[in-house]
Design a protein around this ligand. Structure first.
Ligand SMILES: C[S@@+](CC[C@H](N)C(=O)[O-])C[C@H]1O[C@@H](n2cnc3c(N)ncnc32)[C@H](O)[C@@H]1O
Length: 320
């Protein structure tokens, strides 16, 4: 369980603040820019689904988003802002084990001044102060939000099936928080919760994550940086095929990034030991158990080593 004294503020390279969690030994956002990460890796790839929804469904439907790892609330606040600008109805379901990161962010003007929709998050926090419930919800005009404060694996099993257009998948990294990255957890989210045609977006480019999504029948895309000096891939966008004929993925063209199918070196990454999935068949295992069983599978595996893949594709992986 995260508590306020576990968290310390860090200023990232774009000037926005993130928190570092001592217990997870990880920061909530990339140190290259917390605000930039929210906008480039979560909002841009989801915004187009939202626009698509408004064009094709003539604004009649409510756009429903699942925020996996509410944390400081940046992703939720940013997508609420986006829906407000487009005058769309939006409903967010967010999950986390603790409200402490959001409470701390709301106390720091440098955090909450980033998004105008922090008003909804303030209202949620005020409700929590009164009742300390594990489920809190608020709504205002055409925007509503519900937060579940418990292990996310329990929450996903309580949610209505086939109900989300988009998933913002933002747990700590697989090695630090394997409970939310298991094949079975991703299966529940993509198979049961995501609507056909909906998409899951994440900062992660991990091979185990991408291969699990592919095995689950998702169409997997990469967000490639335009600037050569940046990482080989910035993030992952996965689309659930639609029931009838599948539309090609519709992605925004932004200044800083290009959305595309996985490049040959990314496809080969999925043939290495790094692509061995995390497993948690009962959705009840401890982090240690999940990591231990994956390590055993890795040791027995005859797949190509990730080190030899890195050597082969050194130039693609280290753009100068
Ligand atoms: C990287 S942070 C999320 C950052 C957030 N999306 C934001 O915009 O500020 C990961 C979050 O996952 C939460 N978390 C960790 N383990 C969890 C679990 N088992 N179930 C639900 N949430 C969990 C942490 O408390 C943390 O707030």
């Amino acid at each position: 369980m995260l508590a306020a004294n576990d968290l310390s503020s860090v200023i990232t390279q774009d000037g926005s603040v993130t928190f570092y969690s001592q217990s997870f030994d990880e920061s909530f956002h990339s140190l290259k820019g917390a605000y930039e990460e929210t906008m480039e890796k979560f909002i841009a790839p989801l915004e187009c689904t939202l626009l698509q929804n408004s064009f094709w469904q003539k604004n009649s439907d409510v756009f429903r988003v699942l925020d996996v790892g509410l944390g400081m609330g940046y992703n939720s606040a940013a997508i609420l802002d986006c829906a407000k600008t487009l005058a769309l109805n939006i409903e967010i379901v967010a999950l986390d084990i603790s409200l402490a990161p959001l409470q701390k962010a709301l106390q720091e003007p440098q955090c909450y001044k980033l998004f105008s929709s922090f008003d909804i998050l303030h209202a949620l926090e005020a409700k929590y102060q009164l009742h300390c419930d594990q489920n809190i919800s608020v709504s205002s005009d055409n925007r509503s939000m519900m937060v579940y404060l418990q292990d996310g694996r329990k929450t996903i099993q309580e949610l209505a099936h086939n109900s989300f257009h988009g998933v913002m998948f933002d747990p700590f990294s697989p090695k630090k928080c394997p409970k939310l990255w298991s094949y079975e957890c991703l299966e529940w989210i993509t198979d049961k919760l995501l609507k056909p045609g909906g998409r899951l977006v994440s900062y992660s480019v991990a091979a185990a994550f991408r291969q699990s999504l592919k095995d689950l029948g998702m169409m997997v895309y990469s967000i490639h940086p335009v600037k050569k000096s940046r990482k080989w891939s910035m993030a992952t966008v996965a689309k659930k095929p639609a029931d009838d004929k599948d539309e090609p993925i519709w992605l925004p063209s932004t200044e800083g990034s290009v959305y595309a199918p996985l490049k040959p070196f990314e496809q080969e990454h999925l043939l290495t030991k790094a692509a061995i999935p995390y497993h948690d068949p009962t959705l009840l295992a401890s982090s240690e158990e999940i990591l231990r069983s994956r390590e055993q599978a890795r040791q027995k595996s005859l797949l190509q080593s990730t080190t030899s893949w890195k050597k082969k594709w050194y130039t693609s992986l280290n753009p100068s």
